[in-house]
Design a protein. Structure first.
Ligand SMILES: *Cc1c(COP(=O)(O)O)cnc(C)c1O
Length: 362
């Protein structure tokens, strides 16, 4: 069955292209989730995750998408009140998840396309009102990478605050050192920069976050951090894990470590730079605030007023697809993903195709 060879190649910001080798790995025979074979797989996967996350903290595997871990974070770690940093659709969603779970949560909100700055967080946290911080590293709806390293320095001044970071669309494409940054919970789904099929999320938990969870009632059942800790000690998960996904993750982590993480970050930076140059050379503008452009996706401002849907459908005829703008940004912007296993050659091919389409339209 060669149908995958003819499929439309994804340059949307998730799900992204998955290598055939990875898809094959998901076809392995099943094993019992309480077996030694599973424990070995779990241990090996977690060990590699610790390397790519630069952490000694526990890493857990969740049979859910990343949004499930949004819920886990608010249920386990918000005791008094949280501060959410809203700069686009996904960060807004995390805020809403907190509210919908009956938690107290305030927000800092900036215009879409702008970044969250360390001073904004410092000012809010200095009131002493907050025990938790919800921060999205790479806002996939706008292509903004807020300055995580600078923000982490500010958060360190507030040791009672549990620092939770959504790294869904940046992790493994942009450097993120969990321990150095003092991140208490770092979460990611696997269908973005990990370049795996959707359905699996990973998250780290610090001692501080476990301690907080111990003092918070009504953590729920499925995402209880203390359940994950207990089973994690046996290299298991509290309920049946997504075993096929974990096989794929384990192999993908192996491939990442073979590439070398620094090389991987560099490859993403090169693809991003190349794409941004194409944007300017093509007479478009970048939507994202200058200096805060993501290395895993580029959001293009449609200042030329092109028909974005027509561009996308002509691109599909050539076997590739990019993303339209998110929500209200539809047609006003469009998004080009350059993450996961995507290479410079892929980007050259994509952007050449786009140039051809755009020039033909003149
Ligand atoms: C995709 C995404 C999510 C949500 O992930 P799901 O897998 O749809 O639950 C959350 N945050 C960011 C930054 C994302 O890009």
């Amino acid at each position: 069955m060669d149908s995958w060879k003819k499929h439309v190649r994804l340059f949307i910001p998730g799900p992204v292209e998955v290598s055939p080798e990875i898809l094959d790995e998901m076809g392995r025979p099943m094993i019992g989730h309480r077996s030694k074979a599973y424990q070995d797989l779990h241990a090996s996967t977690v060990e590699k995750l610790k390397k790519i996350l630069f952490t000694e903290n526990d890493v857990h595997l969740s049979a859910s998408s990343a949004t499930g871990v949004f819920e886990a974070c608010v249920r386990n770690c918000i005791k008094k009140k949280a501060l959410a940093c809203v700069c686009g659709a996904f960060s807004k969603k995390w805020y809403q998840v907190a509210i919908e779970n009956g938690k107290e949560c305030d927000k800092i909100e900036v215009e879409w396309g702008k970044a969250i700055k360390p001073e904004m967080i410092d000012e809010k946290l200095s009131t002493g009102e907050y025990d938790s911080l919800l921060f999205v590293n790479n806002e996939t709806s706008t292509g903004v990478a807020s300055p995580l390293y600078e923000i982490a320095e500010v958060v360190k001044k507030y040791p009672d605050v549990v620092f939770m970071v959504d790294a869904v669309s940046s992790l493994t494409g942009m450097k993120l050192e969990v321990d150095k940054l003092g991140i208490d919970v770092c979460l990611a789904g696997t269908q973005k920069a990990f370049a795996l099929p959707p359905g699996l999320a990973i998250f780290t938990v610090s001692e501080k976050a476990y301690k907080r969870a111990e003092s918070v009632p009504n953590r729920g059942h499925y995402f209880d951090f203390l359940g994950f800790r207990k089973y994690g000690q046996k290299n298991q998960t509290p309920s049946t894990p997504a075993i096929s996904q974990i096989y794929a993750l384990n192999l993908q982590l192996e491939r990442m470590l073979n590439e070398g993480m620094e090389n991987r970050f560099k490859r993403h930076a090169q693809m991003a730079e190349f794409t941004r140059k194409w944007v300017i050379d093509s007479g478009f503008e970048l939507f994202t605030e200058k200096g805060y452009e993501s290395n895993t996706l580029t959001t293009v401002l449609n200042n030329k007023g092109i028909d974005v849907n027509e561009l996308i459908s002509k691109l599909v005829d050539k076997g590739m697809i990019i993303g339209n703008g998110y929500g209200e940004l539809k047609n006003k912007t469009f998004r080009i993903a350059h993450m996961g296993d995507t290479t410079m050659d892929d980007m050259k091919e994509l952007l050449n195709n786009m140039s051809e389409i755009l020039e033909g339209e003149k």
